[in-house]
Ligand binder design. Structure first.
Ligand code: NAP
Length: 276
């Protein structure tokens, strides 16, 4: 009897992860037989937990907060987008036994923005709030969209400046603190901080969003996040949360593992119908 292919998401906290549900829906839709579980794994447990998973025949893993940088270091080989971002959210066992590390977050965000919400990034000035693992994963794919510039603002200013410097050879990008944002306007503001998880928002100056500007919170919840509400209050043309990105980055991981791309629209629709 052939064993069923095993996948999982590791992270901490992981209890509320929607990934097992999303991958179950993908598997049903594409008629793939697989198991996708979630496992509470912290940074100290990470290397051992990943080794055990693959030694026991596991085929692929997703890694979320706070494990993406560790997953990057664990991978034997990495895609170009993962290499530069120094953060990995998808590990995949290769036929030669090596573990491939990839980062599907950026593609997930772009697909959600461009395909699902018809937001064009060309010639736009973009502000990214936060300089953590999620921010790392989305910078390169955004820079590749012929944007005018990216500004990264972060509470810990050094982290924003260092991160911007890492991508400076790929396009116009700079890092700064929130106090340096006065008198600037942005067409798209992406919240890649974890502030929405505690119902806060980063300290943004007034009038920072251009007329018809867009707000996007990478975080998602069963109610509008604090940053989505900030966007609405500041008259954003669209103020979106990261549920679509979550499904799209999962679809790309599924494609890496199974070689088949699920249709995401019906799944996003289903998950959206279960909230608000
Ligand atoms: P992370 O590596 O822990 O980074 C957190 C960031 O938030 C840092 O820049 C941190 O600033 C900032 N921050 C935290 N508390 C703050 C506060 N009170 N005021 C201002 N800034 C604060 O986390 P991450 O992995 O990048 O994740 C960030 C968010 O993206 C999370 O909400 C996560 O759920 C979401 N996400 C969503 C998806 C999706 O598919 N939708 C994918 C990835 C991530 P300092 O550097 O100063 O500490």
């Amino acid at each position: 009897m052939t064993a069923i292919d095993q996948y999982a998401v590791f992270g901490s906290p992981i209890k509320h992860s929607k990934s097992p549900r999303i991958h179950k829906l993908f598997a049903e839709q594409t008629q793939q037989t697989l198991i996708y579980a979630s496992q509470e794994v912290n940074a100290e447990q990470f290397a051992n937990a990943v080794s055990c998973f693959f030694s026991a025949g596991g085929k692929g893993l997703n890694c979320t907060l706070p494990l993406k940088e560790l997953a990057w270091a664990y991978a034997d080989i990495r895609t170009e987008r993962a290499e530069l971002s120094k953060a990995v959210n998808t590990l995949a066992l290769q036929s030669d036994g090596r573990i491939l590390g990839d980062n599907t977050d950026g593609l997930g965000l772009l697909t959600d923005l461009k395909i699902n919400h018809e937001v064009n990034l060309k010639n736009k000035n973009i502000l990214i709030l936060g300089a953590g693992g999620a921010s790392r994963g989305i910078i390169l794919p955004i820079l590749e969209q012929s944007v005018i510039s990216i500004v990264i603002a972060n509470r810990t200013i050094d982290k924003a400046v260092t991160l911007a410097n890492e991508f400076a050879h790929k396009g116009m990008i700079k890092g700064c603190g929130y106090n340096d944002l006065d008198d600037q306007r942005f067409d798209l503001i992406i919240n890649a901080t974890s502030t929405s998880l505690s119902d806060e928002i980063p300290p943004l100056p007034e009038n920072i969003l251009s007329k018809n500007g867009i707000c996007y919170d990478l975080a998602y919840s069963n109610k509008p996040t604090s940053f989505v509400n900030w966007g609405k209050k500041n008259k954003a043309l669209k103020s979106l949360d990261g549920l679509g990105m979550l499904v799209e980055q999962a679809a790309e991981a599924f494609f890496i593992w199974r070689g088949i791309r699920p249709i995401t629209s019906s799944i996003i629709e289903l998950l959206n119908s279960e909230r608000f």
